[in-house]
Design a protein around this ligand. Sequence first.
Ligand code: ADP
Ligand code: MG
Length: 408
Amino acid sequence: MLFSELGLRASILDAVQELGYQEPTPIQSEAIPRILEGRDVIGSAQTGTGKTAAFALPILSKLGAHGPGPRCLVLEPTRELAVQTHENFVKYAKFTQLRTGLIYGGVGYGKQRDDLKAGMDVIIATPGRLLDHMGEGAIDLSGVKFLVLDEADRMLDMGFLPDVRRIILKCAKERQTSLFSATIPPAIETLITWAMKDPVTVEIGARRSVAETVKHVLYPVAELQKQPLLLALLDQVHWESAIVFCRTRRDADSVEALLCRNRHKAAVIHSDRSQKEREEALNGFKAGRYEVLVATDIAARGLDIADVSHVINYNVPEHPEDYVHRIGRTGRAQATGDALTLFAAGEAPQVAAIERFIGKKVERVKLPGFNYTYTALFDEAKLGPLSERKTKGVRIGKGYFFGPARRR
Ligand code: ADP
Ligand code: MG
Protein backbone atom coordinates (compact mmCIF):
# COMPACT_ATOMS: atom_id res chain seq x y z
CA MET A 1 0.00 0.00 0.00
CA LEU A 2 1.30 3.47 -0.90
CA PHE A 3 0.48 6.83 0.64
CA SER A 4 -0.53 8.04 -2.82
CA GLU A 5 -3.30 5.41 -2.94
CA LEU A 6 -5.05 6.67 0.17
CA GLY A 7 -6.77 9.69 -1.34
CA LEU A 8 -4.78 12.39 0.43
CA ARG A 9 -4.32 15.86 -1.04
CA ALA A 10 -1.10 16.44 -3.02
CA SER A 11 0.24 19.07 -0.61
CA ILE A 12 -0.02 16.56 2.25
CA LEU A 13 1.60 13.79 0.22
CA ASP A 14 4.52 16.13 -0.52
CA ALA A 15 5.11 16.60 3.21
CA VAL A 16 4.92 12.87 3.86
CA GLN A 17 7.43 12.28 1.11
CA GLU A 18 9.74 14.93 2.45
CA LEU A 19 9.64 13.24 5.85
CA GLY A 20 10.82 10.06 4.17
CA TYR A 21 7.86 7.89 5.18
CA GLN A 22 8.04 5.00 2.71
CA GLU A 23 4.62 3.49 3.25
CA PRO A 24 1.68 3.88 5.60
CA THR A 25 1.74 1.87 8.81
CA PRO A 26 -1.20 -0.57 9.25
CA ILE A 27 -3.20 1.85 11.43
CA GLN A 28 -2.62 4.57 8.84
CA SER A 29 -3.72 2.54 5.83
CA GLU A 30 -6.87 1.46 7.70
CA ALA A 31 -7.82 4.73 9.38
CA ILE A 32 -6.93 7.33 6.74
CA PRO A 33 -9.52 6.24 4.12
CA ARG A 34 -12.24 6.00 6.79
CA ILE A 35 -11.53 9.51 8.07
CA LEU A 36 -11.38 10.88 4.54
CA GLU A 37 -14.81 9.31 3.94
CA GLY A 38 -16.15 11.28 6.88
CA ARG A 39 -16.57 8.42 9.33
CA ASP A 40 -16.00 8.67 13.08
CA VAL A 41 -13.03 6.41 13.76
CA ILE A 42 -11.85 4.62 16.87
CA GLY A 43 -8.22 3.70 16.34
CA SER A 44 -6.40 1.32 18.60
CA ALA A 45 -2.81 0.29 18.04
CA GLN A 46 0.30 0.05 20.11
CA THR A 47 2.48 3.00 20.98
CA GLY A 48 4.85 3.95 18.20
CA THR A 49 2.70 2.74 15.33
CA GLY A 50 2.07 6.17 13.79
CA LYS A 51 -1.35 7.02 15.19
CA THR A 52 -0.69 10.76 14.95
CA ALA A 53 -0.34 10.72 11.17
CA ALA A 54 -3.33 8.36 10.98
CA PHE A 55 -5.58 11.24 12.02
CA ALA A 56 -3.48 14.29 11.16
CA LEU A 57 -2.98 13.51 7.46
CA PRO A 58 -6.65 12.98 6.52
CA ILE A 59 -7.87 15.88 8.64
CA LEU A 60 -5.32 18.31 7.19
CA SER A 61 -6.26 17.00 3.79
CA LYS A 62 -9.94 17.74 4.41
CA LEU A 63 -9.36 21.16 5.94
CA GLY A 64 -8.09 22.51 2.63
CA ALA A 65 -7.45 26.25 2.77
CA HIS A 66 -6.81 28.49 5.76
CA GLY A 67 -10.04 29.72 7.36
CA PRO A 68 -11.03 32.15 10.10
CA GLY A 69 -11.58 30.11 13.28
CA PRO A 70 -10.44 26.72 14.62
CA ARG A 71 -11.98 23.85 12.69
CA CYS A 72 -9.97 21.02 14.17
CA LEU A 73 -9.30 20.38 17.85
CA VAL A 74 -6.95 17.68 19.10
CA LEU A 75 -7.00 16.97 22.83
CA GLU A 76 -3.90 15.48 24.43
CA PRO A 77 -3.45 14.30 28.04
CA THR A 78 0.00 15.80 28.66
CA ARG A 79 1.97 18.84 27.65
CA GLU A 80 4.70 16.79 26.05
CA LEU A 81 2.24 14.91 23.90
CA ALA A 82 0.62 18.17 22.88
CA VAL A 83 4.02 19.58 21.91
CA GLN A 84 4.90 16.47 19.96
CA THR A 85 1.59 16.29 18.13
CA HIS A 86 1.86 19.98 17.30
CA GLU A 87 5.32 19.41 15.81
CA ASN A 88 3.89 16.66 13.66
CA PHE A 89 0.97 18.78 12.43
CA VAL A 90 3.34 21.58 11.52
CA LYS A 91 5.47 19.18 9.47
CA TYR A 92 2.50 17.54 7.75
CA ALA A 93 0.97 20.95 6.94
CA LYS A 94 4.24 22.38 5.63
CA PHE A 95 3.01 22.76 2.04
CA THR A 96 -0.41 24.15 3.00
CA GLN A 97 -1.52 27.53 4.34
CA LEU A 98 -3.05 25.84 7.39
CA ARG A 99 -1.98 27.02 10.82
CA THR A 100 -1.68 24.92 13.93
CA GLY A 101 -1.72 26.42 17.42
CA LEU A 102 -0.60 24.88 20.67
CA ILE A 103 -2.41 25.40 23.98
CA TYR A 104 -1.00 23.87 27.15
CA GLY A 105 -0.38 24.73 30.77
CA GLY A 106 2.78 25.61 32.61
CA VAL A 107 3.69 28.47 30.28
CA GLY A 108 2.42 32.04 29.89
CA TYR A 109 -0.92 32.92 28.33
CA GLY A 110 0.32 35.76 26.11
CA LYS A 111 1.54 33.92 23.05
CA GLN A 112 -1.37 31.51 23.17
CA ARG A 113 -3.85 34.40 23.25
CA ASP A 114 -2.07 36.05 20.33
CA ASP A 115 -2.16 32.81 18.35
CA LEU A 116 -5.85 32.40 19.02
CA LYS A 117 -6.49 35.97 17.87
CA ALA A 118 -4.40 35.49 14.75
CA GLY A 119 -6.62 32.56 13.77
CA MET A 120 -5.60 28.92 13.89
CA ASP A 121 -7.14 26.17 11.78
CA VAL A 122 -6.01 23.44 14.12
CA ILE A 123 -5.65 23.63 17.88
CA ILE A 124 -3.67 21.03 19.80
CA ALA A 125 -4.49 21.38 23.48
CA THR A 126 -4.41 19.89 26.92
CA PRO A 127 -7.86 20.11 28.55
CA GLY A 128 -7.07 22.30 31.57
CA ARG A 129 -5.50 25.25 29.77
CA LEU A 130 -8.02 25.07 26.96
CA LEU A 131 -10.84 25.43 29.49
CA ASP A 132 -9.03 28.46 30.96
CA HIS A 133 -8.99 30.15 27.56
CA MET A 134 -12.61 29.16 26.99
CA GLY A 135 -13.53 30.69 30.35
CA GLU A 136 -11.96 33.97 29.25
CA GLY A 137 -13.91 33.88 26.02
CA ALA A 138 -10.63 33.75 24.10
CA ILE A 139 -11.67 30.77 22.03
CA ASP A 140 -14.81 29.73 20.25
CA LEU A 141 -15.07 26.04 19.46
CA SER A 142 -18.40 26.18 17.67
CA GLY A 143 -16.64 25.85 14.33
CA VAL A 144 -14.80 22.67 15.33
CA LYS A 145 -15.87 20.06 12.79
CA PHE A 146 -12.97 17.70 13.46
CA LEU A 147 -12.41 16.57 16.99
CA VAL A 148 -9.65 14.17 17.98
CA LEU A 149 -9.34 12.57 21.40
CA ASP A 150 -5.79 11.30 21.37
CA GLU A 151 -4.30 8.88 23.90
CA ALA A 152 -7.78 8.54 25.33
CA ASP A 153 -6.87 5.86 27.84
CA ARG A 154 -4.33 8.15 29.45
CA MET A 155 -6.83 11.00 29.42
CA LEU A 156 -9.09 8.77 31.44
CA ASP A 157 -6.36 7.70 33.89
CA MET A 158 -5.52 11.31 34.55
CA GLY A 159 -9.08 12.15 35.46
CA PHE A 160 -9.64 14.42 32.46
CA LEU A 161 -12.94 12.90 31.37
CA PRO A 162 -15.15 15.59 32.97
CA ASP A 163 -13.01 18.32 31.37
CA VAL A 164 -13.09 16.53 28.05
CA ARG A 165 -16.87 16.33 28.19
CA ARG A 166 -17.18 20.05 28.92
CA ILE A 167 -14.98 20.79 25.94
CA ILE A 168 -16.82 18.44 23.61
CA LEU A 169 -20.12 20.14 24.48
CA LYS A 170 -18.74 23.37 23.01
CA CYS A 171 -17.71 21.83 19.70
CA ALA A 172 -20.01 21.76 16.69
CA LYS A 173 -22.72 19.08 16.96
CA GLU A 174 -22.22 18.20 13.32
CA ARG A 175 -18.66 17.07 13.52
CA GLN A 176 -16.37 14.17 12.85
CA THR A 177 -14.87 12.67 15.99
CA SER A 178 -11.83 10.40 16.12
CA LEU A 179 -10.54 8.63 19.17
CA PHE A 180 -7.09 7.10 19.36
CA SER A 181 -5.76 5.01 22.16
CA ALA A 182 -3.39 2.13 22.74
CA THR A 183 -6.12 0.39 24.75
CA ILE A 184 -9.90 0.84 25.00
CA PRO A 185 -10.92 0.30 28.63
CA PRO A 186 -14.66 0.18 29.48
CA ALA A 187 -14.88 3.79 30.68
CA ILE A 188 -13.73 4.90 27.23
CA GLU A 189 -16.57 2.92 25.69
CA THR A 190 -19.00 5.14 27.59
CA LEU A 191 -17.33 8.23 26.20
CA ILE A 192 -17.45 6.71 22.73
CA THR A 193 -21.19 6.13 22.93
CA TRP A 194 -21.72 9.65 24.16
CA ALA A 195 -19.38 11.57 21.89
CA MET A 196 -19.25 9.62 18.65
CA LYS A 197 -21.65 8.83 15.84
CA ASP A 198 -21.73 5.33 14.40
CA PRO A 199 -17.97 4.93 14.75
CA VAL A 200 -15.91 2.36 12.88
CA THR A 201 -13.24 0.65 14.92
CA VAL A 202 -9.82 0.13 13.45
CA GLU A 203 -7.85 -2.14 15.69
CA ILE A 204 -4.36 -3.20 14.80
CA GLY A 205 -2.79 -6.13 16.57
CA ALA A 206 -4.05 -7.55 19.80
CA ARG A 207 -4.55 -4.72 22.24
CA ARG A 208 -2.82 -6.66 24.91
CA SER A 209 0.25 -7.84 23.16
CA VAL A 210 3.79 -6.76 23.72
CA ALA A 211 5.67 -6.03 20.50
CA GLU A 212 7.29 -9.17 19.20
CA THR A 213 10.64 -7.51 18.74
CA VAL A 214 10.88 -6.80 22.47
CA LYS A 215 12.47 -9.12 24.95
CA HIS A 216 11.04 -8.39 28.37
CA VAL A 217 12.06 -9.97 31.64
CA LEU A 218 11.52 -9.63 35.38
CA TYR A 219 14.35 -9.21 37.86
CA PRO A 220 13.09 -10.42 41.24
CA VAL A 221 14.92 -8.51 43.96
CA ALA A 222 14.48 -7.44 47.57
CA GLU A 223 12.95 -3.97 47.68
CA LEU A 224 16.00 -2.57 49.45
CA GLN A 225 18.31 -3.80 46.74
CA LYS A 226 16.53 -2.13 43.87
CA GLN A 227 18.98 0.75 43.72
CA PRO A 228 22.12 -1.44 43.75
CA LEU A 229 20.58 -3.78 41.19
CA LEU A 230 19.67 -0.88 38.93
CA LEU A 231 23.26 0.35 38.97
CA ALA A 232 24.63 -3.13 38.43
CA LEU A 233 22.29 -3.64 35.48
CA LEU A 234 23.35 -0.37 33.92
CA ASP A 235 26.93 -1.55 34.34
CA GLN A 236 26.54 -5.01 32.90
CA VAL A 237 23.82 -4.85 30.32
CA HIS A 238 24.87 -3.50 26.96
CA TRP A 239 22.66 -0.47 26.45
CA GLU A 240 22.79 2.81 24.61
CA SER A 241 19.95 4.82 26.03
CA ALA A 242 17.45 3.93 28.67
CA ILE A 243 14.25 5.19 30.19
CA VAL A 244 13.76 4.30 33.84
CA PHE A 245 10.14 4.43 34.95
CA CYS A 246 9.27 5.04 38.56
CA ARG A 247 5.90 4.94 40.25
CA THR A 248 6.26 8.13 42.25
CA ARG A 249 7.87 11.50 41.75
CA ARG A 250 9.91 10.88 44.86
CA ASP A 251 11.32 7.63 43.55
CA ALA A 252 12.05 9.31 40.24
CA ASP A 253 13.98 12.09 41.96
CA SER A 254 15.94 9.71 44.14
CA VAL A 255 16.79 7.40 41.23
CA GLU A 256 17.96 10.34 39.16
CA ALA A 257 20.12 11.56 42.03
CA LEU A 258 21.53 8.05 42.46
CA LEU A 259 22.43 7.81 38.78
CA CYS A 260 24.03 11.24 38.74
CA ARG A 261 26.09 10.39 41.82
CA ASN A 262 27.31 7.34 39.97
CA ARG A 263 28.40 9.32 36.94
CA HIS A 264 25.54 8.54 34.63
CA LYS A 265 24.22 11.37 32.53
CA ALA A 266 20.65 11.31 33.74
CA ALA A 267 17.70 13.66 33.68
CA VAL A 268 14.28 13.39 35.26
CA ILE A 269 10.83 14.24 34.00
CA HIS A 270 7.70 14.36 36.16
CA SER A 271 4.80 16.64 36.87
CA ASP A 272 6.49 18.60 39.68
CA ARG A 273 9.13 19.84 37.29
CA SER A 274 8.53 23.11 35.48
CA GLN A 275 7.65 22.98 31.82
CA LYS A 276 11.10 24.34 31.03
CA GLU A 277 12.86 21.66 33.03
CA ARG A 278 10.77 18.97 31.42
CA GLU A 279 11.54 20.22 27.95
CA GLU A 280 15.23 20.50 28.74
CA ALA A 281 15.28 16.92 30.03
CA LEU A 282 13.37 15.55 27.07
CA ASN A 283 15.28 17.45 24.42
CA GLY A 284 18.57 16.64 26.12
CA PHE A 285 17.69 12.97 26.10
CA LYS A 286 16.62 13.04 22.46
CA ALA A 287 19.79 14.88 21.52
CA GLY A 288 21.94 12.39 23.43
CA ARG A 289 23.12 14.79 26.16
CA TYR A 290 21.52 12.45 28.68
CA GLU A 291 21.81 8.71 28.40
CA VAL A 292 19.16 7.90 30.97
CA LEU A 293 15.77 9.53 31.29
CA VAL A 294 14.05 8.87 34.60
CA ALA A 295 10.32 9.40 34.35
CA THR A 296 7.06 8.87 36.09
CA ASP A 297 4.61 7.11 33.87
CA ILE A 298 2.20 10.02 33.73
CA ALA A 299 4.88 12.37 32.51
CA ALA A 300 6.11 10.09 29.80
CA ARG A 301 3.30 8.03 28.37
CA GLY A 302 3.06 8.03 24.63
CA LEU A 303 6.04 10.30 24.11
CA ASP A 304 7.73 9.57 20.85
CA ILE A 305 11.28 8.85 21.81
CA ALA A 306 13.03 6.94 19.09
CA ASP A 307 15.90 4.53 19.57
CA VAL A 308 15.56 3.76 23.23
CA SER A 309 17.60 0.63 23.63
CA HIS A 310 16.26 -0.21 27.08
CA VAL A 311 13.24 0.37 29.22
CA ILE A 312 13.70 -0.28 32.90
CA ASN A 313 10.74 -0.39 35.23
CA TYR A 314 12.05 0.50 38.65
CA ASN A 315 8.63 -0.43 40.00
CA VAL A 316 6.21 -2.91 38.54
CA PRO A 317 3.59 -0.74 36.82
CA GLU A 318 0.33 -0.58 38.72
CA HIS A 319 -1.82 -0.97 35.62
CA PRO A 320 -1.05 -3.79 33.21
CA GLU A 321 -1.81 -1.43 30.29
CA ASP A 322 1.11 0.70 31.43
CA TYR A 323 3.42 -2.27 31.25
CA VAL A 324 2.51 -2.80 27.63
CA HIS A 325 2.75 0.93 26.92
CA ARG A 326 6.15 1.35 28.46
CA ILE A 327 7.62 -1.62 26.77
CA GLY A 328 6.28 -0.20 23.51
CA ARG A 329 9.06 2.36 23.68
CA THR A 330 11.74 -0.10 22.93
CA GLY A 331 11.88 -2.35 19.90
CA ARG A 332 10.27 0.43 17.89
CA ALA A 333 10.70 0.41 14.16
CA GLN A 334 11.72 -3.25 14.37
CA ALA A 335 14.95 -2.62 16.26
CA THR A 336 15.31 -5.24 18.95
CA GLY A 337 14.88 -3.77 22.37
CA ASP A 338 14.94 -4.91 25.90
CA ALA A 339 12.68 -4.18 28.79
CA LEU A 340 13.65 -5.01 32.36
CA THR A 341 11.36 -4.83 35.34
CA LEU A 342 12.64 -4.82 38.90
CA PHE A 343 10.19 -6.85 40.89
CA ALA A 344 9.97 -6.90 44.68
CA ALA A 345 7.82 -9.34 46.61
CA GLY A 346 5.30 -6.65 47.50
CA GLU A 347 4.60 -6.24 43.79
CA ALA A 348 3.56 -9.84 43.17
CA PRO A 349 -0.13 -8.91 42.68
CA GLN A 350 0.77 -6.41 39.94
CA VAL A 351 2.95 -8.97 38.19
CA ALA A 352 0.11 -11.48 38.34
CA ALA A 353 -2.21 -8.86 36.83
CA ILE A 354 0.25 -8.17 34.00
CA GLU A 355 0.62 -11.83 33.22
CA ARG A 356 -3.14 -12.27 33.14
CA PHE A 357 -3.44 -9.21 30.92
CA ILE A 358 -0.89 -10.26 28.33
CA GLY A 359 -1.85 -13.89 28.66
CA LYS A 360 1.59 -15.26 29.39
CA LYS A 361 4.20 -15.61 32.03
CA VAL A 362 7.12 -13.22 31.95
CA GLU A 363 10.55 -14.80 32.30
CA ARG A 364 12.33 -14.27 35.66
CA VAL A 365 16.05 -13.73 35.48
CA LYS A 366 18.93 -13.09 37.86
CA LEU A 367 21.90 -10.87 37.15
CA PRO A 368 24.98 -13.09 37.35
CA GLY A 369 27.43 -12.06 40.02
CA PHE A 370 25.08 -9.70 41.82
CA ASN A 371 25.17 -10.12 45.55
CA TYR A 372 21.48 -10.82 46.10
CA THR A 373 19.96 -10.85 49.54
CA TYR A 374 17.19 -13.35 49.97
CA THR A 375 13.74 -12.65 48.65
CA ALA A 376 10.91 -15.15 48.70
CA LEU A 377 10.54 -14.45 45.00
CA PHE A 378 13.45 -16.75 44.36
CA ASP A 379 11.21 -19.51 45.51
CA GLU A 380 7.85 -18.48 44.21
CA ALA A 381 6.13 -21.42 45.78
CA LYS A 382 6.80 -19.72 49.08
CA LEU A 383 5.44 -16.33 48.09
CA GLY A 384 3.86 -14.65 51.03
CA PRO A 385 4.89 -12.59 54.03
CA LEU A 386 8.55 -11.81 53.84
CA SER A 387 11.40 -10.89 56.06
CA GLU A 388 13.94 -9.07 53.99
CA ARG A 389 17.34 -8.52 55.42
CA LYS A 390 18.25 -4.87 55.63
CA THR A 391 20.94 -3.76 53.21
CA LYS A 392 20.98 -0.02 53.73
CA GLY A 393 24.02 1.99 52.78
CA VAL A 394 26.03 -0.91 51.43
CA ARG A 395 28.79 -0.78 48.91
CA ILE A 396 28.51 -3.46 46.33
CA GLY A 397 30.95 -4.55 43.68
CA LYS A 398 32.63 -1.54 42.20
CA GLY A 399 32.01 0.83 45.05
CA TYR A 400 28.65 2.28 44.10
CA PHE A 401 27.72 5.14 46.29
CA PHE A 402 24.48 4.99 48.20
CA GLY A 403 24.68 8.10 50.26
CA PRO A 404 21.61 9.97 51.39
CA ALA A 405 19.55 11.26 48.47
CA ARG A 406 20.76 14.71 47.56
CA ARG A 407 19.49 17.05 44.91
CA ARG A 408 22.03 17.97 42.32
P1 ADP B 1 1.81 6.60 18.28
O1 ADP B 1 0.92 7.81 18.48
O2 ADP B 1 1.11 5.45 17.64
O3 ADP B 1 2.51 6.20 19.55
P2 ADP B 1 3.43 8.38 16.66
O4 ADP B 1 2.35 8.97 15.86
O5 ADP B 1 4.00 9.21 17.76
O6 ADP B 1 2.99 6.97 17.25
O7 ADP B 1 4.58 7.92 15.64
C1 ADP B 1 5.77 7.32 16.04
C2 ADP B 1 6.91 7.67 15.09
O8 ADP B 1 6.75 7.05 13.82
C3 ADP B 1 7.03 9.16 14.80
O9 ADP B 1 8.40 9.51 14.90
C4 ADP B 1 6.57 9.31 13.37
O10 ADP B 1 7.23 10.39 12.72
C5 ADP B 1 6.94 7.98 12.77
N1 ADP B 1 6.05 7.58 11.66
C6 ADP B 1 4.72 7.72 11.60
N2 ADP B 1 4.23 7.21 10.46
C7 ADP B 1 5.28 6.72 9.78
C8 ADP B 1 5.43 6.04 8.50
N3 ADP B 1 4.38 5.78 7.74
N4 ADP B 1 6.67 5.69 8.12
C9 ADP B 1 7.74 5.96 8.92
N5 ADP B 1 7.68 6.57 10.11
C10 ADP B 1 6.47 6.95 10.55
MG1 MG C 1 0.23 8.98 19.94
